[in-house]
Write a protein that binds this ligand. Sequence first.
Ligand code: FES
Length: 173
Amino acid sequence: MENSRRGFMGKAFGAVAGVGAVGTLYAMKKTWDPLPSVKAAGFTTVDLSEIEPNKLVVEKWRGKPVFILKKTADMVASESEEQKARDVVVDGEHYLVCIGLCTHLGCIPAYRPDKHDFKCACHGGEFDASGIDTLPPPPSPMVIPPFNVKGKTIVLGEEGEAYKKMKEAGVLA
Ligand code: FES
């Protein structure tokens, strides 16, 4: 009686452990291979080809809002070197990609398409269309998250070549 009970418990434990192992393997596979799902294991993949110029797109990455703004030809033509250095260029188009949180106390600034800038309603701070602070109290530009350009998509959470260059140039924040 005792033996058969132990045998049953052993089998039951084995079955539970087996299910756990499969679950772990599945989770690991998701970490290694985040595509093609849009959001998986800390990565967000965004198709840039559908985005209209001067229309702010807000994506979510690791619980934070990420602003993606495709610039118009006029906006690009009038950019300073400092602004250009923060542009993500895909297929000849220029984009702002940044974490959409004010660097003062973390509110979400609103985009003003007519002015091509961002206004933070909390304490009146402003940022230009490259996410650079132009009116205090924000002490620094909005932060550029790790990204990797793949064809016409951008993968947030991966450090690609363009991101590494921005990091070296010290323009991420
Ligand atoms: Fe944006 Fe204070 S949180 S200006």
